[in-house]
Write a protein that binds this ligand. Sequence first.
Ligand code: PHE
Ligand code: NA
Length: 454
Amino acid sequence: MQQGKVSPVSWSSQTVFILAAIGSAVGLGNIWKFPYITGENGGGAFVLVYLAAIVLIGLPILLAELILGRSAKANPVQGMGYLAAQFKASRWWWLLGLNGVLAGALILSFYTVIAGWAVAYFVSSAQGAFINISSSEVGAHFDKLLLNPWELLLWHTIFSLVTIFIVARGIRSGIEKAISWMMPGLFLILLVLLGYATTTGAFGQSFHFLFNPDFAKLSWQGVLVAIGHAFFTLSIGMSAMMVYGSYLDEKASLVKAAIWIAIADTVIAIMAALVIFSIVFANSLEPAVGPGLLFQTLPVAFGQMWGGWLFGTLFFALVIIAALSSAISLIEPALSWLEQRWQIRRAPAAWALGGLIWLIGIASVLSFNHWKSFSLLGDRNIFDTLDFITTNIMLPLGGLMMSLFVAWVMDKETRRSQLNLNSTFERALVFDLKWIAPVAIALVFAVNLLSAPT
Ligand code: PHE
Ligand code: NA
């Protein structure tokens, strides 16, 4: 266990680590994606399958990833190399770390573009642009935003600059500081909005939609969507959690941390969905409109309801905060690698890396206008291609390899000392990582590849 240990930094407490990891997990996935895929897949039954996927696949892999991070005590690329040497496995395991570094950078390149939409909507909402807006007007507002590359570029740039600024300052005075006001702020805004949701008159209907399972409405495709989303929403498979775990000391409990992260992520996704569907149903809007739910449906409701200016503006502030605390974790795997492997100082490394990712992001900006009909993979434009390759291939593949490493390659003693769990739970976890999680991922993986037009 003397290998690795190249991470010179550590979290100042276990609580701060858990908050930062929750910040990573809670993002656009919870507030934008979870509500609309739930709407598309009929509600209750989908939510039930999603919860099962979190417990059976997400939580175990999250734990596996934290184990890898803390036992390697290094950036993902070198860390996997150290672990492979320690357990006499193939030296090619470092590629698993590289997969994470690349996936994080690629996801960040388009994540900042979508987060930029939320910044644009925050500004529009604060200016009163949504007051009494009609559904066709808000549709036009959204289309106009997407068709204007300069405006998209502006918001993408602003969001990228803030992200880089935070991470450049380091773990303690950058990430920790930002997290310590963002997470309470996020939770507070969500509570205010939830309080508001109970006054809309449609809270009960929203609750019923989410928790009353009707399995006739669930397809096999929906089951696969639920499993895939469990990865994205918990930030697993791309070594963000691994690098966060590498900054954690040996005393902290990984099991406790993983459980808190999974619970917080799930509770916040459900709270966000309750709020959104209360507003949707109270205004007789359609729950199954897809990705436009957040940007094309909600402003109509905010524009008509009492206090809509305030609650709408707060809502988009919430989306921005959630996205920002995820964005800083997306860049960290690559940044820690530049720092530790290439000995580049953190601030210049952050600006150079962030600049490169920002540049790649411009391709996604253009995917919504000038390059809209330029197809890269199948009929996918550049943005859709990046989203597909990362979310549907790199993350599941990373998660699969991580569960296999912890279950089959790592020795029992190391695993045991990292876990510190009673033997029944430990055996259940290892069984899950050996069989259940890999088979489920392989399934998602296969279906995604088979349904991919090439
Ligand atoms: N978990 C984040 C979300 O739900 C996205 C993310 C994925 C962040 C992977 C970091 C790493 O939006
Ligand atoms: Na999430």
